[in-house]
Design a protein around this ligand. Structure first.
Ligand SMILES: Cc1cn([C@H]2C[C@H](O)[C@@H](COP(=O)(O)OP(=O)(O)OP(=O)(O)O)O2)c(=O)[nH]c1=O
Length: 192
C-alpha cells in the first residue's frame, strides 16, 4: 500500500480526493505554469502537471499526484485570468460557443512518472455583458482556468457538458481512481 501525496494548493482537488475517501498529505507546489509552446495543448497540460509533481521528491512507497487544468477553444489556451478585463474577454469568447477543458495529471513515484489527461466538452449559453459583469463582480473567476467555476455560480453559464464533470472542476477523479489502484492505493478497500 503506497502513501498518496497531493502536490496542489487547489481546494477543489483536495475535496475531490476526500469525496472518494483517499487518505493523503498535501504539499502545495510553486512551479512555473507557463505553457510550453513546442507541443500540443494536451502534451503541454501534462507537462505542467509533471512540473508541479517534480517540485517534490518521492520516497520509496510514495505517489505524488499533481494536475493542471486548462480551457481551450479553437487552439487557444485560456488559463487563469490575470485581471477582470482578461476575465471579461475570456467569458465573452466562451459565450454561446463550445470549448474543451483538459486536465493533465502526473503520478510521480520512485520508479518513474505516469502522465495522462482527460478532456470534457462544455457549451456555454449566450451571455450578455451585464451577466458577465455581474459574474466577474462575484470574484469567482479569479483563480480559475477560463474565468469560470462550473461548481459555483458559474453553473448558470453552462448549457451542456459531454464527459467527466469532475475533470472540469480540476481532477478527473474516476480516471485517477483507476490509475491509483495499480499502485495499491484504493480507498474502497478497507484494511482491518
Ligand atoms: C473550468 C474550471 C476550472 N476550475 C479551476 C480548477 C483549477 O484549480 C484551476 C486551474 O488552475 P490550475 O493551475 O490547474 O490549479 P491551481 O493553481 O488551482 O492549483 P495547483 O496548481 O496548486 O494544483 O481552475 C474550477 O474550479 N472550475 C471550473 O469550472
Amino acid at each position: 500500500m503506497s502513501q498518496l501525496i497531493l502536490a496542489s494548493a487547489s481546494p477543489r482537488r483536495k475535496e475531490l480526493l476526500e469525496q472518494v475517501g483517499y487518505e493523503f498529505r498535501i504539499e502545495p507546489t510553486d512551479a512555473d505554469e507557463t505553457l510550453p509552446v513546442n507541443m500540443t495543448l494536451e502534451d503541454g497540460v501534462i507537462e505542467l502537471a509533471a512540473r508541479k509533481a517534480k517540485t517534490l521528491t518521492p520516497q520509496p512507497g510514495e505517489v505524488i499526484l499533481a494536475a493542471d487544468t486548462l480551457v481551450t477553444q479553437g487552439g487557444l489556451a485560456l488559463g487563469k485570468p490575470k485581471n477582470n478585463d482578461e476575465a471579461f474577454e475570456m467569458l465573452r469568447r466562451l459565450s454561446g460557443t463550445t470549448h474543451e477543458v483538459i486536465t493533465g495529471v502526473a503520478l510521480f513515484h520512485a520508479d518513474g512518472m505516469e502522465r495522462f489527461y482527460e478532456k470534457t466538452i462544455v457549451s456555454f449559453n449566450e451571455l450578455d455583458e451585464t451577466l458577465i459583469a455581474r459574474y466577474i463582480a462575484s470574484k469567482e473567476p479569479v483563480d480559475k482556468a477560463g474565468a469560470y467555476g462550473i461548481q459555483g455560480l458559474g453553473a448558470v453559464l453552462v448549457k451542456q457538458i459531454t464527459g467527466d464533470y469532475n475533470n472540469v472542476v480540476g481532477l478527473p477523479i474516476s480516471l485517477v481512481y483507476h490509475k491509483l489502484k495499480s499502485y495499491g492505493i484504493d480507498p474502497l478497500i478497507k484494511e482491518d
